[in-house]
Ligand binder design. Structure first.
Ligand code: ZN
Ligand code: ZN
Length: 350
């Protein structure tokens, strides 16, 4: 089969390799579609989390390894000790690899913050390949009526849903979202589905404006002077930071009314300054969100109920595996603002 291996900084090699085999507790999936995530982009220009010298604490793996954790496909075969995943079942999956022993995994039922947390395509072989073998506990059946192409968005959308769940819901709230990449848009959609009163997305460039407005949100292009001024005048009960820069953190914080909630989803390359007194004096609260737990299932049900309109618009490019570097990663480096989700066609059919 064909697979895209991460070897090092900007060194992705598409190779012909034997198909992976199941081990106890795992299921083999024929990949239909896969999505390129911000995480993958950070590894492309990284390494960021991919272990290069010290083996991963849970999987024992080091690079090279197959990238990719956002995918849909069909079950080919389950290990003999796995029940309930018949060949042909249409699935998508969580990327979380967890120890199932630590307090986060067992007591708190929050494996997304497992002490030995790993991730498919980052800590072990992933889904930028014709086949992938993953633990059965990661799998979700795709409801009838949903196609495998748009369902590849369930995993990234689960990130926004998880953040909204951690906030205890956003019904009736005024929300500001800093960032119009897929994580910002996942937060936006989760807030819309969750009944927020008023949602404003602040993003760089005008590309996402029409999508956000069609979905009932407001959009601010912060690359313009007028947009920057509008952002500075925002007031919000809940503000999301979905970029990972000090400036976007600061403008999200500045918008918060007393008792307001800040939700940080961005990953910071540089440690930001944090205005602690502003939080203390207004009883504002800091929340953080990391991936998701059972929210993929929640999003799949919402999709099946038709609660997300026009998901197709979030797919901004479709490429083949051979084009992963040129039309995938390099294109995203050049034109990040243009894209929401770039998807890779494996065995998928339109
Ligand atoms: Zn992802
Ligand atoms: Zn654990």
């Amino acid at each position: 089969m064909k697979a895209a291996y991460w070897h090092g900084h900007k060194d992705i090699r598409i190779r012909e390799v034997p198909e992976p085999e199941t081990t106890p507790g795992t299921v083999k999936i024929r990949v239909a579609w896969a999505g390129i995530c911000g995480t993958d982009r950070h590894e492309y220009t990284g390494p960021n989390f991919i272990p290069t010298t010290k083996p991963h604490r849970l999987t024992g793996r080091t690079a090279p390894l197959v990238m990719g954790h956002e995918y849909t496909g069909e079950v080919v075969e389950a290990a003999p000790d796995v029940r309930g995943w018949e060949p042909g079942t249409r699935v998508t999956a969580s990327g979380t690899l967890c120890c199932r022993e630590c307090p986060a995994c067992v007591g708190k039922k929050r494996p997304n913050v497992c002490e030995k947390l790993g991730f498919t395509g980052v800590s072990t072989d992933g889904a930028f390949a014709d086949y992938v073998v993953v633990p059965a506990y990661q799998l979700y059946e795709v409801p009838e009526g949903l196609d495998l192409r748009t369902t590849v968005l369930a995993e990234p959308l689960a990130c926004g849903q998880h953040a909204v769940n951690l906030l205890g819901g956003v019904a009736g709230e005024r929300v500001l979202i800093n960032g119009s990449g897929i994580i910002g848009l996942s937060a936006f959609l989760a807030c819309r589905v969750g009944g927020a009163r008023d949602v404003t997305v602040a993003g760089w460039g005008a590309e996402k404006r029409s999508y956000v407005e069609r979905q009932g949100g407001r959009y601010i292009d912060v690359s313009t002077d007028e947009g920057a001024k509008r952002l500075a005048g925002q007031r919000a009960d809940v503000a999301f930071e979905c970029v990972g820069l000090e400036g976007t953190l600061r403008s999200a914080i500045d918008a918060l009314v007393p008792t307001g909630k800040l939700m940080v989803m961005g990953v910071f390359a540089q440690e930001p300054h944090f205005p602690m007194n502003f939080f203390q004096e207004g009883e504002r609260t800091l929340y953080t969100s990391q991936a998701y737990n059972e929210e993929i299932g929640e999003v799949l049900s919402q999709m099946a109920e038709g609660r997300y309109a026009d998901l197709e618009s979030l797919i901004t490019a479709e490429i083949g595996l051979d084009d992963l570097v040129g039309k995938g990663f390099e294109e995203l480096e050049r034109n990040a603002a243009k894209h929401a989700k770039v998807i890779i066609r494996l065995s998928g059919k339109r």
